[in-house]
Write a protein of this length. Sequence first.
Length: 271
Amino acid sequence: MTDTAHRDLLDLAREAARHAGELLRDGRPADLAVTKTKSSPIDVVTEMDIAAEKLITDLISARRPDDGFLGEEGASVAGTSGVRWVIDPLDGTVNYLYGLPTWAVSIAAEYDGETVAGVVAAPMRGETYHAVRGGGAWATGAWQGERALGCRPAPPLDQALISTGFNYVTEVRAHQAEVAGRLIPRFRDIRRGGSAAIDLCDVACGRLDGYYERGLNAWDVAAGDLIAREAGALTGGRPGERPSRELTVAAVPGVFEPLQELLEDLGAWHD
């Protein structure tokens, strides 16, 4: 697949993310309620998650009927083209439910298993982040035109600002809280935003020095991981591994390896 084809996928992902973001921002009902739960009673899905995923898959499949899909809210199609769309229609559902602004639409396009294009739209920020493999990372926002993204220079570890997230299964989040408590004295501070996609883009934007989380799925990280890497960050899982449900780590060079090693030593990837 050519670079031009990758950019065509990006253009379609940006269009779908824009429409889904507008639906979520402008169509949020005043009486929004939980439609169902997933891993636990606090891991929620709203009607808007489902509506946004349907909008995205309908738009893309109308243009590219042979592509596959993997979506958080159930979209699962094998496809025959070699392209698969990995979709989180509403990353940060609990934030959205409560009216907090940190939520996003995340869409990535894979070709033969490798992410080649990704978009994360954060409508309440008025920002959209995007990347094509090998083409750098970019964002649009309140500023004029597109802005190239680049992660921060590496600070001393005790001056690094790190973000994380917590699982919705009680036993897992209790262990994550223990790990975070042991990490806090080693860094400037730890943040918890509630959207993995936005955290990864904040590493790309230079707003964070690093990010880690356990228990993420492909749709949580596919687009943000590409954007972070194209902005100069390093990403991975446990040492020598790719991001996985066990562990996802993204950080600026100079912070990535010591953060990854600390997480390994603390057993951040298991109970």
